[in-house]
Ligand binder design. Sequence first.
Ligand code: AMP
Ligand code: TRP
Length: 338
Amino acid sequence: MTTADRKPRVFSGIQPTSDSFHLGNYLGALRQWVAMQDTADALYCVVDQHAITVDHDPKVLHQRSRASAAQLLALGLDPERCTLFIQSQVPEHAMLAWILGTETGFGEASRMTQFKDKSAKQERTTVGLFTYPVLMAADILVYQTDQVPVGEDQRQHLELSRDLAGRFNGTYGDTFIVPEPYIVKETATIKDLAEPEKKMSKSSTSPRGCLYLLDEPNLMRKKIKSAVTDSGGEVRYDMDAKPGVSNLLNIYAALGETTVGKLEAEYAGKGYGDFKGDLADVVADALGPIAAKTREYLADKAELDRILTAGAEKARHLAARTIAKAYKRIGFYPPVAL
Ligand code: AMP
Ligand code: TRP
């Protein structure tokens, strides 16, 4: 439904659940966020309301929301070219989530694999964790989003968002754009450096498995150099037989702006040592400056919060339009003005 006379609307979100984003977040999603600022009408959101679906400390959450926004700016999001904001500043997401929850089948929500994984890891599982994907659908649909840049692990959630949009439109009349996932194949799932059969994640069991964007460059180098590679010294792409090397090839191609094929040719006859040494430099050069830039944004909290509030105001104008439409469709009274 994207019309030729307007840029596609892009929306994506990230949870403020750690002090630093990691390489999987960056290559799977955030790099696309930065690139899409110029080709799309982009909104990006630090989803703090999603973050309270697991145990959290209010003070830490608040700091991490701000630190997340600072990292996104350090990575190249530009408030002049995109709308960056914090989810809890725009209440329309939660308003739409309530409506969408009444359109979601219990069995349908029960099939979400991330819910099953996360609830298995926690002692206490809440209704909020269960309905997490419904809030995510609301985030997306409230902005009439065309494309959602995410990593592969979000595909099932995106499918639910599409189903909910289609179902609501079918029952109550055209209201929402049905969003498309935007997933870059090569970097859709960056693997853990120590256990390449798992995806890279902050809950990695090995301290060397997850490379954080705010790691010291020397630590980044160490993590790359100690990454698990496979038997046989050949630098060749084969995700099944050589998942460790293949993962490093994907990382190298993405950060070094080259292709896996070219890298295979370049390292033919050379060993893993040369390859990892060069990749360690590529990673440290590409990501090393992010920490200092993040600190710069965090040094002026008032300015940072001003950027976020301005973003939330812009977002809220758009979201309120969809809420007005959805409320009418469903037979609600309109929200009163303050
Ligand atoms: P999260 O940290 O779960 O909030 O994820 C934020 C974004 O990063 C989402 O779009 C995820 O799909 C993406 N992402 C997380 N881990 C990875 C990974 N290992 N490889 C690729 N993308 C990832
Ligand atoms: N569930 C996403 C994740 O864990 C974060 C998220 C929340 C999101 N709302 C979203 C991503 C809307 C894209 C669009 O990564």
